[in-house]
Design a binder for this molecule. Structure first.
Ligand code: SAH
Length: 283
């Protein structure tokens, strides 16, 4: 039975027939939906969702038709162009269309392409950002994506390009030199090449790395390893995508910030993993 939350009073946007709302669903945990996403779920006639969207979220749109547009059971994913044109057709049929994508629709989510096709066909769109796995997923693992003692910048990279290869267009040398923390999406398939590129470009094999799979869901797993050991350790742990891979010293912060472990009764492993000193006791 779907449980309905009532939205607090606010001037919530009304979904008009013929519009498509392109919306991030957050990185897994339904609690990471935005209120705009919830407002959309309550109004949509049709929800078209991707593989990374937790099905529990669809229960919040019981009035809507649910259409799956992702990869499942090893079948090839629906073609991007077909999905975009399907959205156009639904909008033209006067539906209130909610296009729900994992994380944030504009972060490695092809949301820009879908929105562009919609606009090119004269369809009105609204964009609802979401919590991306590279930020929210790491936070659930107790890893701050920026931390003042570690990094003043962060680089999000994809481990795949359109051809499914490691992105040939990426300048690993520059990324390696210029990015204190590197967050890799879709990196599992090519992790061996990616790690090799980074080490060849000067990153230390002992550099800490975290791999967070199915982040923010009850199945979340976190592997702490190093650049030099990552390939063997992933295999040993039997980890599968989807995974976010974080390379950099901020991974050490998990030793003090693994809040899920602490909630389950574990003690923090190291209160000062970066060696910056503990705060003095206040008098
Ligand atoms: N738009 C999404 C990213 C889509 S690309 C976002 O903003 O999060 C798909 C990749 O995202 C996956 O291969 C994985 O690297 C990452 N990802 C998405 N959800 C994830 C999750 N719950 N746990 C770990 N990685 C996730």
């Amino acid at each position: 039975m779907a449980q309905h939350l009532t939205l607090p009073p606010y001037d919530w946007p009304v979904m008009q027939p013929g519009w498509v709302w392109l919306c991030g669903a957050g990185s897994g945990d339904p609690g990471l939906l935005t209120l705009h996403a919830l407002n959309a779920l309550r109004q949509a006639d049709v929800v078209i969702y991707d593989a990374l969207v937790q099905e529990a979220i669809l229960d919040w749109a019981p009035q809507a038709e649910h259409i799956y547009a992702g990869k499942r059971g090893g079948k090839p994913s629906a073609k991007q162009r077909d999905i975009s044109l399907h959205l156009v057709d639904l909008a033209r049929a006067g539906k209130r269309v909610l296009r729900l994508k994992g994380g944030d629709p504009f972060v490695f989510g092809r949301g820009g392409e879908e929105a562009q096709t919609l606009v090119q066909h004269g369809v009105m769109v609204r964009i609802i950002p979401g919590i991306s796995a590279g930020i929210g997923g790491l936070a659930y693992a107790g890893i701050p994506v920026t931390h003042r003692d570690v990094n003043q910048s962060v680089t999000f990279v994809t481990g795949h390009d359109q051809s499914g290869n490691t992105p040939g267009s990426l300048d690993w040398e520059s990324i390696s030199k210029g990015s204190q923390v590197i967050v890799i999406y879709m990196g599992m398939k090519h992790i061996a090449q990616i790690a090799a590129h980074l080490m060849k470009a000067g990153r230390n094999p002992s550099e800490p790395v975290a791999v967070v799979t199915t982040a923010t869901t009850p199945e979340q797993q976190v592997l702490e390893t190093t650049l030099g050991a990552i390939v063997d350790d992933i295999a040993r742990a039997g980890l599968e995508p989807p995974a976010i891979i974080c390379v950099g010293q901020s991974v050490l912060m998990r030793q003090v910030l693994d809040w899920q472990g602490m909630a389950a009764g574990e003690a923090p492993r190291n209160l000062d993993p970066l060696g910056r000193g503990l705060p003095a006791e206040s008098a």
